[in-house]
Design a protein around this ligand. Sequence first.
Ligand SMILES: Nc1ncnc2c1ncn2[C@@H]1O[C@H](COP(=O)(O)OP(=O)(O)OP(=O)(O)O)[C@@H](O)[C@H]1O
Length: 589
Amino acid sequence: MTPGMGGGGSVRDGWRLLWGVLRRRPRPLLAVGGLVVVLAAPTTVAGIAVAHALDDGFFAHRAGTGLLWVALLVQVRLVAAVAGRLLFPPLVRVVEPLRDELVTAMVTAGLHRAVREDVPVPGAAVRQAVDEVEQARMLVASVLRNAHATGSVAVGAVIGLAVLDPAILLVELPCLVASVAGYWLLVRAVLRRQRRSLLAEEDLAEHVVRTLGARRDVTAFAAQDAAARPVLERVERARLAARALGRADAMHDGVVGVGVDLGLVLLLALAPVLIGRGRLGTGELVAAVYYVMFALGPALRFLVYGGAGWLAELLGLMTRLSDAIAAGGPLSGVATAGEPRPVGPSSPSGSAARPVVVAESVGYAYSKDAAPVLDGAGFTVPFGAHVAVVGPSGAGKSTLAALLCGVREPAGGTVLVGGAPPAPGSGVLALAPQEPYVFAGTVRENLAYLAPAASDEVLRDAADAFGLGRLDLDERLSAGGAGLSAGERQLVTLARTYLAAAPIVVLDEATSHLDPDAELRAELLMRRRGGTLIVIAHRISSASRADWVLLVDAGKVVAGPHHQLVDRSPRYRQLVGLWEPEKGTDDGI
Ligand SMILES: Nc1ncnc2c1ncn2[C@@H]1O[C@H](COP(=O)(O)OP(=O)(O)OP(=O)(O)O)[C@@H](O)[C@H]1O
């Protein structure tokens, strides 16, 4: 699980998880709530003391009385500081058990998933889950403590205004309610947009990394434009999401303005009426202004500027935890986020992910005006199958391989590998392309490119098995493999693909320069490595060895075992006929 918002749950799920855990401790929660009113008293008394100090003391030329009220004000502040400590015991009883409950939920869900899907429990993911829960616990404590302080000051001010004159409350309360309601709507909008922006950025980053990782496949398919298009689309999506978030953020000032500035203007507009009727003294007006400016104002500002960020962070975190619990705990995403379970010769046995390849009504054309290469093609390749893809030259076999590898995206229909659209560089598929690529570096580097952890022994065994015994692992190769024969370049590419941990291997006419014996040996090795093998067939012998044949013709795909297609498909018979006369020499087309 990435620390980002990778899941699909909503903020409401985050709320539900948080509330579900908090409400299990109703007594300390009620005590925390009750203390809001108790701790509101100092603010109320402070305003009243200001009013009396002025009206009964200094404005009435009774300095002694005024000073007595000021002394009371100081006393109240001292008592408030001591009373503030009453909050901590119930707060601790609310917050501390949160960690145990959430960690238990995360790890339990993760273990269930591990058992259900037969995947190992990655310690790093569990550690990350514990860290996130700890972060959530600290955020809950901060949010509750600060919300409590803010809430008690605001409640104290509201009570004080009501004591001064209920009419003042009648003009202040609507402003306050409108401000808090606006803030609430804003928080939700900011959260939604923040989440959208984060997801867009994560998606972009993931796509860029994958596309860069697949640059050799992209080059092999000459699909630079097709590979760049989805990246550019994601850049635009991330830009729009960030702009929308910025617009929502800018609304915060308006929310504070309604609660404080508008409230103050209305209070001052009402004051002459109340003073004229003898309902409000000058000192009381000052006290009312004190409540609005120095109690409600800071409380609202804290709520909007400080609290909003904390609350957004807390809810974002809770939503991620809720996603993870719903998806099976801290392991969610581990098996699907670019880490396919290994299948190569250096991999532990019995731990293979088993992605099935499903194509449904797939359409693809190279441009808007070009005739579609594929038009409504559909088939399924079960995990572990050995499949040959055949068809006349130009029928779309390589195009199909590019779609399976995710290097091109279908114009219509869907291609799913292991239930998700294939992503280049995800490591689920390893491709040996038509044009072998050998890059400047040692034989070791060339072979280990898709299996960086492979030992020299494993690399040597693979090289020997593919007939590259004459090459030393330390031997330097130049870009393009000058000095190697065309067949040897293909063998280097094949051995590299063989060593990859990907559960699916696609050979796109990758044996065209090999003699039939070398081709047979390469195919047998690929079958032995385990996983699914999809061969864009160069020779009919290769199709007849496969469990299943996909015949690509006129935009469609017909599937079946070799012998069945020979019986059933005149087109396939024709192809076999074209291939077979050349048998014994080189039966390729
Ligand atoms: N990059 C491209 N731009 C435009 N058209 C293309 C491109 N690549 C392939 N095509 C066209 O798409 C069609 C299918 O090509 P593709 O290479 O997939 O067929 P294929 O069955 O693999 O052929 P072959 O057996 O000759 O390799 C052909 O008509 C080809 O000319």
